[in-house]
Design a protein around this ligand. Structure first.
Ligand code: DC
Length: 238
């Protein structure tokens, strides 16, 4: 089977990473959680007092520190997922807090931060056989990806899912708090200057409000099978 690049973009908490992980596992592809990379930079900024209590970012200091910020992924043998590594430390758990979620849109709007992360993402995905999820994958990071998905879901359902995820980690918030945080992040992501979140013209929209994980996976596997069929047909005509 021809190896392809799969780009999954969409709003916060639409189930992008759940689908991306399932696809990567089924296809034997690598999974790159690009949001985790921006979260890792945000965590670095928090841990190094580059963000103050009033949530102001000292951009100059962050840019100076950027060459020292190393972000990579490593397979977690317990969960069988890739964990994000920040300067040699597994921070997969620390990047999923409400604090980081509330600040990551600001950090990810900084041009130089994006340039560094995008270069890393292109390097990690250059051999194809990869699933990436984020906000600008199909529009900017891999505009020639063979398959682009744009995921959407009802805001109430998204908030409920994220609330459940938080509480499973011992972090408790009301549904209103979670929904406000999600919508604030969406607004920041669609309105920023540097590669804002938009749907690529050739992306397939996937509304998963009422779909199970299995149904979503089957839907995408069918798209891939159709793609492979089309590419075989094209080859046989030449
Ligand atoms: O997917 P996530 O919620 O973990 O992403 C965290 C933030 O990172 C999100 O609010 C916007 C930013 N992000 C981005 O700007 N570009 C990406 N490709 C991925 C995430």
């Amino acid at each position: 089977m021809q190896k392809i690049t799969i780009a999954i973009d969409g709003y916060s908490s639409c189930g992008k990473s759940t689908l991306a992980k399932a696809l990567a596992q089924r296809l034997g592809y690598n999974y790159i959680d690009t949001g985790a990379m921006y979260r890792a930079v945000t965590l670095y900024a928090l841990e190094n007092n580059i963000i103050d209590d009033a949530e102001n970012i000292d951009v100059e200091t962050l840019l100076k520190a950027l060459p020292k910020i190393e972000v990579s992924f490593e397979l977690n043998t317990k969960t069988h997922n890739s964990d994000v590594i920040l300067n040699g430390v597994d921070v997969e758990r620390d990047i999923r807090t409400m604090k980081v979620s509330g600040l990551v849109s600001k950090v990810s709007a900084i041009k130089e931060v994006r340039e560094k992360m995008v270069a890393l993402q292109r390097q990690m995905g250059k051999k194809k056989a990869v699933v990436l999820d984020g906000r600008d994958i199909g529009t900017h990071v891999f505009p020639k990806a063979e398959l682009k998905l744009f995921m959407i879901a009802d805001p109430d359902i998204r908030a409920k899912r994220r609330q459940t995820e938080f509480s499973s980690k011992g972090q408790y918030f009301t549904i209103q708090e979670v929904e406000m945080s999600l919508l604030k992040r969406d607004m920041a992501d669609i309105s920023r200057e540097e590669s804002p979140l938009t749907q690529a013209d050739d992306a397939v929209i996937l509304d998963n409000s009422d779909l199970t994980r299995e149904e979503q996976l089957e839907f995408v596997l069918k798209l891939i099978a159709d793609l492979q069929f089309i590419s075989r047909e094209e080859q046989s005509q030449h």
